[in-house]
Ligand binder design. Structure first.
Ligand code: ZN
Length: 267
């Protein structure tokens, strides 16, 4: 299991903020996504882990080594496998109420059986099942995580999934989950585009109102500026005009489009 100790890359980005990164492209290049970012905020009284990643390798020992004796709160930005993989290692997971039921169920990752074998053998040991945490806490828009000196407020930003959330810190940061990141963006069906566009608009408004200049996405590069939100809004609004260039992706069972700035995967 030595691979486990080198699988996670840990970056101490700020005094209180660690970024724990996984190479999703090593797990499955057919997702197009390269990196998963987990964020660990260590406050004076408590610590908060945002997402638990792919679940390929034990995560808890690493997190414990970074937070010492502090109490840990764990939240999932949504319930896709690359954000909830290691949930079973933690006692309680907070998630938006719209995905709380989903998070009580095991997640079957057998669609990854053909992924690179040197990695997937670790899922095989779990029979391709990612177990849930013992306890799921349902949260809503406006809920606040209090870490002592740091607080984070839940913003419901549906679109990528129904219960996707972003987290607004009192330190001018917005953790955006999968709602906004560079690279390949996973979108719902076209009829739900208004939902994701309104989430992006809501995020931009909050950034302006609260003076947020740093976005911390759950994939690819971090931190990024608020111009990401504007680029995504115009990109998604423009998809209709490039719709004829779509190609079918069999593995993802989705349409792929590329406008030169983003790649889009559309259900
Ligand atoms: Zn993701």
């Amino acid at each position: 299991m030595d691979e486990g100790t080198t699988w996670y890359e840990v970056i101490k980005h700020k005094k209180y903020l660690y970024v724990i990164r996984e190479r999703l492209d090593n797990l499955e290049p057919r997702f197009y996504t390269k990196i998963i970012n987990l964020y660990l905020l260590v406050g004076k009284e408590r610590a908060l882990l945002i997402d638990t990643g792919s679940g390929l390798f034990p995560l808890r020992p690493l997190v414990d080594s970074l937070i010492g004796e502090k109490k840990l709160i764990v939240v999932n930005t949504h319930t896709h496998f690359d954000h909830r993989g290691a949930d079973e290692e933690f006692n309680e997971i907070s998630v938006h109420s719209l995905e709380a039921k989903e998070l009580t169920k095991p997640f079957d990752v057998s669609f990854l059986r053909d992924s690179p074998q040197e990695i997937v053998k670790y899922y095989a040991k779990k029979n391709f099942i990612l177990k849930p945490a013992t306890s799921i806490k349902s949260i809503e828009e406006g809920y606040e995580f209090n870490l002592g000196d740091i607080s984070l407020k839940v913003i419901h930003t549906p679109g990528h999934s129904s219960g996707s959330i972003s987290l607004l810190s009192n330190k001018n940061e917005l953790f955006t989950g999968d709602t906004a990141h560079y690279g390949t963006i996973y979108l719902p069906k076209r009829k739900k585009f208004p939902m994701i566009l309104s989430s992006l608009h809501k995020m931009l408004e909050i950034c302006v109102k609260c003076g947020v200049s740093e976005l911390y996405p759950s994939h690819e590069i971090f931190p990024v500026g608020t111009e990401l939100l504007e680029s995504l809004m115009s990109g998604i609004s423009n998809i209709e005009t490039i719709w004829n260039s779509k190609i079918k992706d069999k593995f993802l069972d989705a349409w792929i489009l590329d406008d030169g700035k983003f790649k889009y995967v559309i259900e």
